[in-house]
Design a protein around this ligand. Structure first.
Ligand SMILES: *Cc1c(COP(=O)(O)O)cnc(C)c1O
Length: 393
């Protein structure tokens, strides 16, 4: 019999009832070190006092208001994002998927308004993940996500990852936009080197294609800058944000330059819940904390420490691990055994990690994780690898 909850997830038999900082408590009372953070959502850990305060304060005032009225919390958050980034304007969504949907609409509208409605192709890359809606699965193009869901939305072309020749051949003046994650998350923590991001920006400038960056997973301080593309010194035309921005409250956003967004006039898009006072109050508090240079300096310091420890872990278990990749506190352990086995062995050692494609286990701890907790994470990963060792031999 089908369970009451549609079984589209393969769930671990763990039932958490409480979270504090980097720790989750299971129904049994056991505590687990959370290096998954809800897949980069709980950027400030669980139950961060400042976020609890922002949420409860707003909850006592006003939860929901239609976008038919002005929403001061939304205006304030939008201004914070505009001040901190390339963007001139922001639309708030409830998720990353919805941000992808709007970005696709914005790109199409842009070329329609520019008198080139035939410019429809959006280039994407193998291993990409942009969400689960019709447009988002068509954008990712992977068999795993699209099988059985035909007809797919037209207008997307998936290119091999890291194939410069294929990109140069495909990116001409018929292309509407390039949609890419600066670091692929689901695809296995695969970073686009800074030089490639720069090259992509230059190629888009040459052809007129809009550069759309999906920073849903790699943004919001995850790499040690507010947004990952900042490391490359470039700016996109449109950027998708979600996950970390709400610190656990569901909220996403599309950030855009005035030029890219100008055709999105009254009536062209909307959302019942997008930009509601509760979500915006929480996200504004997240932004206040993340835009403090001292906070990001700490993320970078801890990231270097963690990465060094992980390199040691790889060296100690060459039969289990192949290498470390990623940036900041968005790190991947490439495995020589099935990553699901490593994640499971981690559960036995009371540490949560996340599997990804390309034989990678993702480590996405809260950005607030302490040095001591990082050391504990390394110890537990070491124990998990030792438990797996006889099997690998
Ligand atoms: C998670 C994710 C999405 C989808 O976000 P949802 O909030 O799950 O809809 C899109 N892009 C990337 C890069 C993601 O990691």
């Amino acid at each position: 019999m089908i369970p009451a909850v549609l079984p589209t997830y393969n769930r671990a038999p763990l039932t958490f009832t409480e979270g504090r900082g980097s720790w989750l408590t299971e129904a049994s009372g056991d505590r687990y070190l959370d290096c998954a953070a809800g897949i980069a959502v709980n950027a400030l850990g669980h139950a961060h006092p400042a976020l609890v305060e922002a949420l409860t304060e707003q909850a006592g005032k006003l939860w929901h208001l239609s976008n038919l009225y002005r929403i001061p919390e939304q205006e304030r958050l939008a201004q914070m994002l505009v001040d901190a980034t390339f963007a001139d304007t922001v639309f708030f969504t409830n998720s990353g998927t919805e941000a992808t949907e709007l970005a696709v609409k914005m790109v199409r509208k842009f070329w329609h308004a520019a008198g080139h409605p035939e410019r429809q192709t959006i280039l994407t890359f193998e291993g990409a993940f942009h969400g689960r809606s019709g447009a988002a699965i068509a954008a990712a193009g992977s068999e795993k996500m699209t099988a059985g869901f035909a007809p797919l939305m037209p207008g997307f072309r998936t290119l091999p990852f890291g194939d410069h020749e294929a990109l140069n051949a495909a990116l001409d003046d018929t292309v509407a936009a390039v949609l890419v994650e600066p670091i692929q998350g689901e695809g296995g923590i695969r970073p686009l080197p800074d030089a490639c991001l720069k090259g992509l920006r230059a190629a888009c400038d040459r052809t007129g294609a809009l550069l759309v960056l999906d920073e849903v997973q790699c943004g919001m301080g995850r790499t040690g800058r507010l947004f990952a593309h900042e490391w490359a010194g470039i700016a996109p035309d449109i950027m998708l944000v979600a996950k970390g921005i709400g610190g656990g409250f569901p909220i996403g956003a599309v950030l855009a330059s005035e030029r890219a967004a100008a055709p999105m006039t009254t009536g062209t898009h909307g959302s019942t819940y997008g930009g509601n006072p509760l979500g915006c109050a929480v996200a504004a508090r997240v932004m206040e904390i993340l835009t403090d240079p001292a906070f990001l300096a700490e993320v970078n310091r801890k990231a270097a420490l963690f990465r060094q420890g992980l390199e040691g872990l790889v060296a100690a278990h060459p039969d289990i691990f192949e290498g470390v990749r990623g940036a900041g506190l968005m790190l991947g352990l490439r495995c020589r055994v099935p990553p699901a086995d490593v994640v499971k062995a981690g559960y036995a050692q009371h540490i949560l990690t996340v599997p990804a494609a390309d034989n990678v286990v993702r480590l996405l701890p809260p950005l607030t994780i302490s040095d001591e907790e990082l050391a504990t994470a390394l110890d537990r990963l070491d124990a998990a690898a030792r438990a797996l060792a006889p099997q690998a031999a």
